[in-house]
Design a protein around this ligand. Structure first.
Ligand SMILES: CC(C)(COP(=O)(O)OP(=O)(O)OC[C@H]1O[C@@H](n2cnc3c(N)ncnc32)[C@H](O)[C@@H]1OP(=O)(O)O)[C@@H](O)C(=O)NCCC(=O)NCCS
Length: 177
């Protein structure tokens, strides 16, 4: 497995992983699979400001991806990021998610962020277990936070301390890989 930064040519393979999660699961609260053009623009905006890692196999097939995004828009929140990870179903449980998160958390720490938040719609045992395996701790659950497929879902929050929150800390660096 090779880890490398996101390239715009990855968008279609990423949508092939993400689309079925939108259509079939509540792991994301997005309700409609986005058109490729819009999705590509969204990924470009993320990769411009945050680390965005992809994993591929020896044949160049995309196995998964992980990135950071804005936690909340108000500037005082800028030291916190939300992290996301998706792995192709055929590559689950082979260490891809762990490798992607390890690279992502190092990049975020290096840029001076303080908190990485994992935001997980329940039930998602694999995601909760992956976050815990990567050092995240659970700290909150929003009950009935949203509805997908006509069913109310709880959303579980986990956090990982990237850096100590020190007084007078410099702003984090917003840049891609
Ligand atoms: C969650 C997800 C990213 C995990 O990726 P993965 O590559 O399969 O995970 P890894 O193989 O790196 O697992 C690392 C550790 O996480 C835990 N883990 C991962 N999947 C697990 C599962 N299904 N059950 C229990 N523990 C699991 C284990 O501790 C595992 O270590 P081990 O295999 O040595 O026991 C993957 O299941 C996925 O893409 N799910 C669909 C999308 C999704 O839910 N994304 C998260 C949105 S919040």
């Amino acid at each position: 497995m090779l880890l490398r930064p996101y390239r715009s040519t990855d968008a279609e393979s990423i949508l092939a992983i993400y689309g079925p999660v939108v259509a079939e699961s509540s792991a994301t609260f997005e309700l409609e699979v986005p058109p490729l053009g819009d999705f590509k623009e969204r990924l470009a905006r993320i990769a411009e400001r945050f680390p965005f890692w992809v994993a591929e196999d020896a044949c160049g097939e995309l196995l998964g991806y992980a990135y950071g995004t804005t936690h909340r828009e108000r500037v005082a929140y800028q030291w916190a990021v939300e992290t996301s990870v998706y792995v192709a179903p055929g590559a689950h449980r082979q260490g891809v998610g762990r490798a992607l998160y390890s690279a992502l958390l190092s990049s975020l720490a290096e840029r001076g962020f303080v908190w990485a938040y994992g935001v997980i719609t329940l039930p998602n045992d694999a995601s909760v277990a992956l976050h815990a395996a990567c050092g995240y701790e659970s700290f909150a659950t929003y009950t009935a936070a949203g509805q997908k497929f006509g069913r109310w879902c709880d959303v579980h929050w986990m956090r990982y301390a990237l850096n100590e929150a020190r007084p007078g800390m410099a702003e984090p660096s917003f840049r891609g890989l």
